[in-house]
Design a binder for this molecule. Structure first.
Ligand SMILES: CCCCCCCCCCCCCCCCCCCCCC(=O)SCCNC(=O)CCNC(=O)[C@H](O)C(C)(C)COP(=O)(O)OP(=O)(O)OC[C@H]1O[C@@H](n2cnc3c(N)ncnc32)[C@H](O)[C@@H]1OP(=O)(O)O
Ligand SMILES: Cc1cc2nc3c(=O)[nH]c(=O)nc-3n(C[C@H](O)[C@H](O)[C@H](O)COP(=O)(O)OP(=O)(O)OC[C@H]3O[C@@H](n4cnc5c(N)ncnc54)[C@H](O)[C@@H]3O)c2cc1C
Length: 671
């Protein structure tokens, strides 16, 4: 890797001025976001440990490598990363934080800019064995996986089915004579397709297949299957495995395909914490068939934090760039302004800055709920599982969709330079937009939340025990006088959501009355249902933000408290204005109230303007993690763009050989 000649001690003068006018202590905010000064120090030492290791650096920028070279470089780096993670774990340092940062958008996307081929081993293989395996299975497999004696993936999706997992076609048929399952892929569409690391990295997989025993199908179940010889890494007999090819992004994750030709595995390789097959083939059912879907809930929960991290990176890049970039005048005869002074630019940037906070606090809240509910599941209490499922679906859908839209808006906000890969915005978009599809396609997840909302609406007897939907009991007919406050916004969003759910429910009933089946009526109403679910999700996110800021303000300086209040208000006003049409339909809000909201939004943009650079600096994301010519701390944007251009292999030769081969004859022939 070429050593940079840019002088990072020379800070761009606009950024110097921006930092000087910041009204709060950015270090105080960094500590608050990390969860305390000690956590900040731990994070920083972890970043140093990984980012300053030459073994973890790419030899050539990724974008100039072939598909095959990209994989080879990524697997080299991934192995070195996890050696270091294991070292930290054995020293008792970091724990879950190591995995969050290394696998997610923070350190992970700095070391491996286009995905990590070993992610699924940690994010899905190990958690599935932990969550779905019985004690003996955990004892057998977890240590091996943890030590990386084996590398696993999670093979659920098939060529023909991703969403409708009840329709998966891979079969696992029990043979009581040998006490084995026989795995088979009866059709092309039954081939597994997509699992990360499956192509050439993993030697084991959790395979989700239709279980047949005693001549009966019992639906999908997870099995541990060995795919490759542990020494030679050759595919085992009957295993057809390979990589699925180039994608829009995540080109280093080694997503694969997998087919089985009557592959036998021991009975004990079916993960049997929930459902079991006894040696004679008797099937023993768990209390809920949905416990098998547990790993998906886990990943949806952790993705919310990841969406916030990617968004943070993009807002830092776009905000610093907007501070150093001068273009056009506001008043004639005056100097060209920083583009950050255009209110339209502030509108592209600042709501997404506030969204980073909203998503981080939502992720923290959801993580706590997840831990509480999984604790309850361990002791056999399933009552809160549907609410957790509904909340995790809508949070994953809203955070990934908004983060993807945010990254693209922020890329556009950087004009032409945002289109350069050296801005790192296109690659960030490639990573974040995938999140809208994987781990449950967003529309499908919104419909799952809508299902829970409609059921709750139709039967409110239990509602007081369900914190996320309790508001539905009273909010429909409330009289909420207009007030310029976040509390008013939350109540109004809740009333709008209740109105939308009520109307969707009426439309379902109407369609049923007109002769449609409930399912057809549901499909006919599904545009309204997804919109209601989305608004429900957004209103909980605003409320969580509100509760968190009110708690935090008790422990922060007054100056930082004021900044958090501005960010909260901006997120709340922005959210309600996105739904103006529905708010006018379902509440008493008047056109003149919307005018007040719009002016309030503009006041907030102006209030945040002096602190914009300070706030994004507080995210404290190192230049290596941003990996962007536009977003570095020193603001030497033009020097960096120029330096990055020099890395193009085309610039190694003043005359490219193609001139002699094509251009010269062409020029002569056209003379
Ligand atoms: C080790 C150390 C720790 C490390 C920790 C590290 C942490 C830190 C990491 C940080 C960095 C992260 C990086 C990540 C990178 C990721 C890479 C990419 C990964 C991408 C992987 C994938 O992409 S992997 C495939 C995912 N593929 C889906 O996601 C399929 C969606 N499709 C469905 O999920 C079902 O197909 C669908 C629609 C529900 C219908 O399922 P269905 O037809 O069976 O169900 P119905 O609709 O009929 O519903 C029937 C009833 O089930 C209820 N229910 C449904 N689901 C339920 C559930 N989950 N739990 C409970 N209840 C559930 C429902 O609410 C109904 O309840 P009710 O009847 O009471 O109303
Ligand atoms: C980068 C990436 C990594 C992945 N990694 C893995 C992995 O490691 N392991 C794994 O098993 N899988 C993985 N997947 C697969 C992923 O989980 C599926 O792609 C996802 O669940 C969506 O399923 P699908 O592709 O079949 O989309 P489809 O379900 O075919 O969706 C296509 C369209 O149909 C619509 N649709 C489908 N069903 C409904 C419905 N019921 N109601 C309304 N609309 C509907 C959707 O909204 C969408 O608009 C990965 C995917 C990607 C992109």
């Amino acid at each position: 890797m070429a050593v940079s000649t840019i002088n990072s001690n020379k800070i761009n003068s606009d950024l110097v001025k921006e930092r000087a006018k910041c009204t709060f202590n950015t270090v105080e905010l960094t500590h608050l976001l990390d969860g305390g000064a000690e956590k900040t120090n731990e994070r920083k030492s972890r970043e140093k440990f990984f980012l300053e290791d030459p073994e973890l650096r790419l030899k050539v920028p990724l974008e100039y490598l072939s598909h095959k070279e990209k994989y080879e470089e990524s697997i080299r780096i991934a192995c070195n990363i996890f050696k270091k993670v294991n070292q930290l774990q054995s020293e008792g340092k970091g724990g879950m934080d190591n995995f969050r940062e290394i696998l997610g958008g923070q350190l992970g996307s700095a070391l491996l800019k286009d995905g990590n081929p070993l992610t699924l081993h940690y994010v899905m293989f190990i958690p599935t064995v932990m969550g779905q395996g019985n004690i003996q299975q955990q004892a057998e497999w977890i240590q091996k996986a943890w030590n990386c004696d084996i590398i696993g993936t999670y093979a659920q999706t098939e060529l023909g089915h991703g969403t409708f997992i009840r329709g998966l076609e891979t079969t696992a048929t029990y043979d009581p004579k040998t006490e084995e399952f026989i795995l088979d892929s009866p059709t092309l569409t039954s081939y597994k397709w997509w699992p990360g690391g499956l192509g050439h990295s993993a030697n084991f997989a959790i395979v989700v297949a239709q279980l047949y025993t005693q001549g009966k199908c019992h639906g999908i179940h997870p099995f541990i299957v060995q795919l490759r010889d542990e020494k030679s890494h050759k595919p085992l007999p009957g295993i057809k495995v390979g990589e699925i090819g180039c994608k829009m992004g995540m080109n280093c994750t080694n997503n694969g395909y997998l087919g089985f030709e009557n592959v036998r595995i021991p009975r004990t390789n079916m993960l049997m914490k929930n459902n079991q097959v006894l040696p004679d083939g008797t099937y023993v059912k768990s209390p809920s068939s949905k416990l098998t879907y547990g790993t998906m809930i886990f990943v949806r929960v952790v993705l919310v934090q990841d969406a916030a991290t990617y968004l943070k990176k993009a807002v830092i890049i776009a905000t610093r760039y907007s501070a150093i970039r001068h273009q056009s005048q506001i008043n004639p005869n005056e100097a060209e302004v920083q583009i950050l002074d255009f209110v339209t630019q502030q509108y592209k940037l600042f709501p997404y800055i506030s969204m980073c906070f909203a998503f981080q606090y939502a992720a923290n809240w959801l993580w706590d709920v997840y831990n509480n509910v999984t604790g309850e599941l361990e002791s056999g209490h399933l009552d809160n599982l549907p609410e957790l499922h509904a909340a995790s679906c809508v949070f994953k859908a809203v955070s990934s969709a908004d983060a993807a839209q945010g990254v693209e808006t922020l890329r556009l906000a950087c004009g032409g330079h945002g289109y350069m890969t050296s801005s790192n915005l296109p690659q960030t978009y490639g990573l974040v937009t995938a999140m809208c599809t994987y781990e449950g396609e967003n529309t499908v997840l919104l419909l799952q939340t809508a299902r829970f909302l409609i059921k709750t609406w139709q039967n409110k007897s239990n509602i007081s025990k369900l914190p996320t939907v309790r508001y539905l009991e009273t909010s429909l007919h409330k009289n909420i006088p207009f007030e310029k406050s976040v509390k008013w916004i939350i109540s109004t969003l809740q009333q709008t959501t209740a109105g939308k759910i009520n109307l969707a429910n009426e439309h379902i009933n109407q369609r049923v009355k007109n002769g449609q089946s409930y399912e057809d009526a549901w499909n006919g109403t599904s545009i309204e249902l997804t919109a209601a679910a989305e608004l429900h999700g957004r209103s909980i996110i605003v409320e969580t933000f509100y509760n968190t800021v009110n708690n935090l303000k008790k422990q922060t300086s007054q100056q930082l408290g004021a900044v958090l209040q501005h960010l909260l208000e901006l997120y709340a006003v922005y959210t309600i204005l996105r739904s103006t049409g529905d708010v006018l339909r379902f509440t008493n809000v008047l056109g003149r109230d919307v005018d007040v909201l719009q002016l309030w939004l503009e006041e907030l943009l102006a209030a945040i303007r002096p602190n914009a650079v300070g706030i994004v600096d507080s995210f404290d994301i190192r230049d290596e993690v941003l990996s962007s010519a536009l977003g570095a701390y020193d603001g030497n944007v033009y020097e960096r763009l120029f330096e990055e251009a020099q890395k193009s292999p085309l610039n190694s030769d003043p005359v490219n050989k193609s001139f002699h081969m094509y251009l010269k004859p062409f020029l002569q022939s056209s003379l």
